[in-house]
Ligand binder design. Structure first.
Ligand code: ATP
Ligand code: MG
Length: 288
């Protein structure tokens, strides 16, 4: 059953279709009947992901961009820690996107984003992204509608440009319920080591839950393409969130099929050089 499960197909938002988030159960377990199975699956998947990412890095032709969007406390940080951060940091960078600085705000909205896209062989993880410019900006009324509405086309063209250069793009929305979010806010209050995370803006954004839902509806409808699909990941259960993303990531890397580069040397010559070096070392030791 698990072997046949198509992670990409199951969680993907089909192009031109909106998503009614209310119709997707935030506690969904996907193909897993229990937590232990999900956790074992994630461990296996991460091992293969690490192997494939090594090949991607050495091949140095294709690249991968992973976009994370979610309500506060939905688990972007946990997902990075437990799954995505398991990739070799030599070939993988994480970029958090906060409220734009004055310099960033003095440019077009994709300026700061483009600078962080992955070079050949690399993986970039975006913790929030250019989608804030049609989400937070829209809901918090930081720009007029005629400005943010034009951005959907800009985003699609931008992502097509990246795809043309050999960048695969995976965009994940972590889907939690308002009840689960409030439970996690409670944990932040109860646990002193989480106090640094407390902010009043979490509660303000929460008040506009329905407006964010509406904004996400447009994002999914307008910006989920074959080249840059959105995935809705039920995330009330952290172990399911990790397993689903690991499954999609592994499948994508398998499809990318990165190849170790062929040796660019004469192997016989290298073997001769090795034999000579070894002999020289032995002579040095015997001469002591
Ligand atoms: P956590 O889940 O730990 O709270 P976070 O990603 O919410 O992490 P914060 O520093 O709390 O990080 O919040 C970053 C804030 O920056 C978010 O409220 C987000 O909406 C906002 N932001 C990011 N990009 C933009 C943008 N282009 N315009 C306006 N606001 C933005
Ligand atoms: Mg926050």
């Amino acid at each position: 059953m698990l072997d046949d499960f198509d992670f990409i197909d199951h969680y993907r938002v089909c192009p031109d279709k909106g998503v009614d988030l209310d119709a997707i159960d935030t506690r969904d377990k996907g193909p897993f009947d229990k937590r232990k199975r999900g956790e074992a699956f994630t461990r296996d998947a991460i091992e293969e992901i690490q192997h494939l990412q090594y090949q991607l890095f050495t091949e140095s032709k294709q690249s991968l961009l992973i976009v994370l969007q979610a309500p506060d406390a939905a688990g972007k940080d946990g997902l990075i820690r437990k799954v995505l951060g398991q990739m070799n940091p030599q070939g993988c960078r994480t970029y958090p996107f906060k409220v734009p600085t004055a310099l960033q705000a003095a440019h077009d909205f994709l300026w700061r984003i483009h600078a962080c896209t992955p070079a050949a062989g690399m993986v970039s993880i975006f913790n929030r992204s250019h989608y804030e410019d049609v989400l937070a900006v829209r809901v918090e009324k930081l720009a007029p509608e005629e400005v943010w509405r034009r951005r959907f086309d800009h985003i699609n063209n931008f992502e097509e440009l990246l795809a043309d250069r050999g960048t695969r793009i995976l965009k994940f929305y972590l889907h939690i319920s308002p009840e689960e979010q409030l439970d996690r806010f409670r944990d932040r209050i109860d646990e002193p080591e989480k106090h640094w995370k407390l902010t009043t803006s979490d509660y303000q954004a929460r008040e506009r839950w329905d407006c964010y839902r509406e904004a996400y509806y447009d994002v999914f409808e307008k910006c989920s393409s074959d080249a840059a699909p959105w995935f809705v990941i039920p995330a009330d259960r952290k172990w399911h969130r990790n397993a689903a993303v690991a499954g999609i990531l592994r499948e994508t890397l398998r499809q990318m099929d990165p190849q170790l580069p062929k040796a660019d040397v004469d192997l016989d010559q290298i073997k001769r050089l090795y034999a000579a070096a070894k002999e020289e070392l032995q002579q040095r030791h015997s001469g002591k």
